[in-house]
Design a protein. Structure first.
Length: 206
């Protein structure tokens, strides 16, 4: 396809596509003339992933390039592809340096039997959350998080079920990224609605 069709099908402006080409985020097309090139479905899929990383996720061009380069080296390993993609999604919160809370996160992961990398950003966020709650007088223990973690396990099963049948690693990465980033506000909204419903069930008519 010509760059104009690539633009139309991807929803990305031609000028932006040319910028991605200059920055090395998108591979050059097959040259057909001095000023013309042909692009294929792989370019379209990569362009959609670039848009998801930069637009939806908000990564910088340089970080996006690093993620894409790493993905290119591991396209035959779906677990690594998902790890690299979702690893770019550091949860909100500052990294924690509290040794006690970090140790509790380790204990939680061990109790659950989860296979989670020691450097996963979510570990630091979880430790920082425990520390913040305690500083505000909420004496929460990591064991309190166990039933929440089990619910998260069920959510993860639903998440990865959405990726079933997709063979293109770039499409897997794009879909995982979009589901994670765009569904999180919906999941939070559902929690708030469920809390309101549970409050009404418990307290209405008291």
């Amino acid at each position: 396809m010509r760059i104009s069709e690539l633009s139309r099908r991807s929803g990305v402006a031609v000028t932006t596509i040319k910028y991605y080409l200059r920055e090395g985020l998108l591979q050059p097309g097959q040259q057909t003339a001095a000023t013309q090139a042909e692009y294929d479905e792989h370019h379209l899929r990569r362009l959609k992933l670039i848009r998801a990383l930069t637009g939806v996720r908000g990564l910088s061009v340089s970080t996006t390039r690093e993620v894409l380069d790493a993905l290119a080296e591991h396209t035959d390993d779906t677990h690594r592809v998902l790890g690299l993609t979702l690893g770019s999604l550091a949860p909100a919160g500052k990294p924690a340096d509290q040794a006690d809370e970090a140790g509790e996160v380790d204990a939680l992961v061990e109790e659950l039997g989860w296979d989670v990398h020691q450097a996963a950003p979510a570990r630091g966020t979880l430790a920082d959350t425990l520390s913040s709650l305690r500083s505000l007088g909420v004496p929460i223990d990591w064991r309190v998080l166990l039933p929440y973690a089990r619910l998260a396990e069920r959510t993860a099963v639903l998440d990865l079920d959405q990726l079933g049948g997709i063979e293109d690693p770039l499409e897997v990465a794009e879909r995982a990224l979009l589901l994670t980033v765009l569904l999180e506000p919906a999941l939070l909204a559902l929690r708030r609605m469920a809390q309101e419903n549970e409050s009404a069930r418990r307290h209405t008519g008291d």
